[in-house]
Design a protein around this ligand. Sequence first.
Ligand SMILES: *Cc1c(COP(=O)(O)O)cnc(C)c1O
Length: 372
Amino acid sequence: MVWNKTVCIVTIRAHAQISLKALQHNLQRVRQLASGAEIMCVIKANAYGHGLLQVAEVLADADALAVANLDEASRLRSHLANKIPDKKIVILQGVLTQDELTFVCKQNLDIVVHNEQQLQLIEDAQFLSSTPLSVWLKVDTGMHRLGFSPDKVDGVVSRLQQCSHDVTIRMMSHFANADDPSDPLTENQFILFSQVTAQYEFQKSIANSAGIAGVIDCSMDWVRPGIMLYGVNPFIGMEQENIDLLPVMTLSATVISIQQRTKGDAIGYGGTWVCPEDMPIAVISIGYGDGYPRHAETDTPVLVNGNRCPLVGRVSMDMICVDVREAGLVKIGDEVILWGNGLPVEVVAHHSNTIAYELLCKVTPRVLREYT
Ligand SMILES: *Cc1c(COP(=O)(O)O)cnc(C)c1O
């Protein structure tokens, strides 16, 4: 950044404004939907691109925070050490080595246990006979990614109970297709999980965002919201449906050039889009180097001074081109919103052949995050 004495003289080209108020609102919405279940807020992958530590502070009064791996968990533990040292932190992938397991115990982190190797690490750790350990036993009910198959569960429980006199076991599973409300797999997974775990008094959890917002009540003892905390409708293709969530991230950039083009001019790399008439084209200071998806197709909407205008031609590393025929008077320096307030990120994801999760996670460090 370029500074003139103490004043930054550079206009930041791409901003992500993160509304902590919207985040709080969405957590409140989860509470309403979760029928009294405890809430584990999922803040893996830098809180879906929103900033791990900043988001954790706002969500700190949730019952637990979940991250993917030990690196994220340990940063979170250190950051919260002064304010909420006992905060429950769950590592969704669990541990890989004996050293990691030792670290987890020292830091009082919860781990998911999803395979035989992890179970053996726990069995081999001598110190565990006297150390408390909190595990989430993962059952594979149809996702076929992580977890013990249902017929293994009884054996795993008794082995865990032999390892430590102070082991707390909880049971979890994960939905594969809950984002499609018409897929019967979701209910089948829930039924299978209920059956497999019925004989145990342990706390149970299966619902991600789509499970929480869906029609079957699968809240059980714990829910695990991720994407809905960030204001995204968890059901695919339903971005217009209002389930009373507020977008947390608003990604914006600036008009850096506006030029009158002539009918027949080809715009940008590859010349994939040709002006159908004489018309103004605005160039906006954001591209795939900032995390705006390169695969966003022509006609992906952007908001120029609040007006929906179509992107035209290919996305460059640092810029996109926009047809501003419908935008009224546009000047250099005007604000352009790529997603967030007034334009759901789901819409941009749909035009980019991906999902909102990916777009949010991929906002790069070049983009200045501002917390309001
Ligand atoms: C990421 C994740 C979640 C959150 O999923 P969303 O669809 O973002 O709500 C919940 N549980 C597990 C195990 C996860 O990995």
